[in-house]
Design a binder for this molecule. Sequence first.
Ligand code: SF4
Length: 326
Amino acid sequence: MKTVFSGIQPSGELHVGNYIGAIDNWVKMQEQYRCIYCVVDYHAITQDYTVKDMSPRVRDMALDILALGVDPEKAILFVQSAVPEHTELAWIFNAVTGHGDLERMTQFKDKAEHQPENINAGLFSYPVLQAADILLYKAELVPVGADQVQHLELARRIARSFNHRWGKVFPECEPKLTETPKVLGLDGKQKMSKSLGNHIPLTAIEEKPLRKLLGKMVTDEKRVTREDPGNPDDCNVYSFHKMFSTEDDRAWVWQGCTTAGIGCVDCKGRLAQRMLERFAPYRERRAELLAHPGRVDEILRAGADKARAIAQRTMAEVRGKLGLWR
Ligand code: SF4
């Protein structure tokens, strides 16, 4: 069985974009692969954050991941900083990573442009830690979106350089390209993001708050009045129907919208209904976890124990290859 590794930054409670872009896929993959999922808090400290918020952010995120269906009996879920071998391996990988390779990373260039006040070395060598995250578990498959392919290519190069210099330890991981739609936020223009405030938090998927949020969702701007026909292909609400509704619903929207047979309120009402149905099991599991304080921490600790056992085996092999004193 192939090993899959995937990480997510602890941004706190998840939103619909995180679910479609990552966690939905995690839940599916745990049925087919040996999955190792990690909340990457060491990556998160490369950006400004409030210290007292870090632990709650990690815990809230893990709670949502579990509530969405990641099963600790089927997959390992843990927090990166609980397994310090990640940073140890990253340091070793720094010795086989070209400075020029890191300079070419488009994500670094983007971040450097958008947060010029805090361009730290951690941000620069972020892909090296990412390579360590993956290779510590000798993962063969890494689910990535198109924007992460360059980092994975670098991880492959690092594995090759290590194996060439010190002897074979690491496999060359393959990208498992996730065909997930880009989820736009309520503004219908930019990618859904908590920092942009255009997101639908999963915790808001309750009857009243959800309908209120969907009420704000921008529709086809050319459909000015109820009497104007609209074009679903120009409407973010329809993109959401594609993710959450049935084929019959989509046909109903298409027919109704293009002939002005339905209004946007009707269309959003149907969407709300489908989203509430999709997330009903999530709400139930979340309530169960909240009723047992400490359960999430227990799962994360057990996950870290399992991850650490694998990581320590890899590091023993790595130290042996490097000829380090023990
Ligand atoms: Fe968008 Fe639906 Fe309104 Fe058409 S009816 S413009 S698809 S919200």
